[in-house]
Design a protein around this ligand. Structure first.
Ligand code: NAD
Ligand code: UDP
Length: 315
């Protein structure tokens, strides 16, 4: 059955891939985005689609819409972007989530919060299960995002408990793929852009910190499974448990691009988590979900799209 679905942050990286799927499945989609890190061109193939409506608005302001489901993704995800205006990031997470929960309550919509592995901070448990409460610096440079998402989870859970809202919390681990901004600042896009230009690959710190990278199509499938599931509000980790050091990721991208780039070390940002890998047993049990795209495959697809986009910018 087709539904009317609101995707906040739908012009962004993950949101636009989610919109591709929702439109393809025949749903009516409303994108609400302030275009801070989102781009109209991420949705350009659908702009004349009769089932798509794009609204330029900010989730920090209330809005009234009639919808059946809300995927609440609006929030910059790259440290460079979310630290650009930390107070705004807090407002986006706190006021934005409050407004979207209020909307869900008013119209009886299902609500899914895109939370993050950052709620675990610099984790002292490894891999991270959903039971782990995290190790977050409340006043550090990442706190506007980490603490913002933690309170967004608190709000979501309490709307469920107090008002009986049908909510779901998803903790997304590092996700990559086509349409990431060239100047996004996140590691995969930085390394690919640098490798394709044969420029130095910037390794922050000694490069021995780890992350686990999930391809965007797997993540989107996970979001949709979570929205569809009954009697389970989460939180649930969605990510690819394959874990890499940043040195190993750089080597892999140099090899896959055939680049002559060399690695250079730069200062490690404050509070940069030392290691991160999802325990995905809950997603496997409750959603029957696990990633299907290997990191090699996903990186190859991403590199191809970056190459094409760079060429079209240059020509
Ligand atoms: P993104 O920056 O590409 O997309 C975020 C979108 O939200 C953009 O289109 C941006 O313009 C919009 N936005 C930001 N603030 C807004 C506001 N106040 N009002 C309206 N729109 C606003 O990031 P992404 O990678 O697509 O991430 C999407 C969601 O997933 C975010 O909530 C992020 O926290 C979460 N997440 C992403 C990752 C990842 O690795 N990509 C990891 C964990 C969590
Ligand atoms: N990083 C790096 N070089 C870069 C960008 C990032 O070595 O050019 C490192 C960063 O210090 C972190 C990891 O890559 O340890 C992942 O960074 P990203 O910003 O992608 O995501 P997050 O830290 O939020 O997981």
């Amino acid at each position: 059955m087709s539904s009317r679905i609101l995707v906040t942050g739908g012009a962004g990286f993950i949101g636009s891939h989610l919109c591709d799927e929702l439109l393809q499945q025949g749903h009516e989609v409303i994108v609400l985005d302030n275009f801070f890190t989102g781009r109209k061109r991420n949705l350009e193939q659908h702009l004349s689609h009769p089932q798509l409506e794009v609204i330029r608005a900010d989730v920090t302001e209330p809005i009234l819409l009639e919808v059946d489901e809300i995927y609440h993704l609006a929030c910059p995800a790259s440290p460079v972007h979310y630290q650009h205006n930390p107070i705004k990031t807090v407002k986006t997470n706190v006021l934005g989530t409050l407004h979207m929960l209020g909307l869900a309550k008013r119209v009886g919509a299902k609500f899914l919060l895109a939370s993050t592995s950052e709620v675990y901070g610099d984790p002292q448990e490894h891999p991270q299960t959903e039971e782990y409460w995290g190790n977050v610096n409340p006043i550090g440079p990442r706190s506007c995002y980490d603490e913002g998402k933690r309170i967004a989870e608190t709000l979501t859970e309490n709307y469920r408990l107090e008002h009986g809202l049908d909510t779901r919390i998803v903790r997304i681990f590092n996700t990559y793929g086509p349409r990431m901004l060239f100047d996004d600042g996140r590691v995969v896009s930085n390394f690919i852009v640098q490798a394709l230009a044969n420029q130095p690959i910037t390794i922050f710190g000694d490069g021995e910190q780890t992350r686990s990278f999930c391809y965007v199509s797997d993540l989107v499938r996970g979001l949709q499974s979570m929205m569809a599931v009954k009697d389970f509000s989460g939180p649930v980790n969605l990510g690819n448990p394959e874990e890499f050091t940043m040195n190993a990721l750089a080597e892999k991208i140099i090899q896959l691009t055939g680049s002559s780039s060399k690695k250079v070390n730069r200062e490690l940002p404050q509070d940069d988590p030392t290691r991160r890998r999802p325990d995905i047993r809950r997603a496997q049990e409750k959603l029957g979900w696990e990633p299907a795209v290997s990191v090699d495959d996903g990186l190859q697809r991403t590199i191809l799209e970056f190459r094409e986009r760079l060429e079209s910018v240059e020509s």
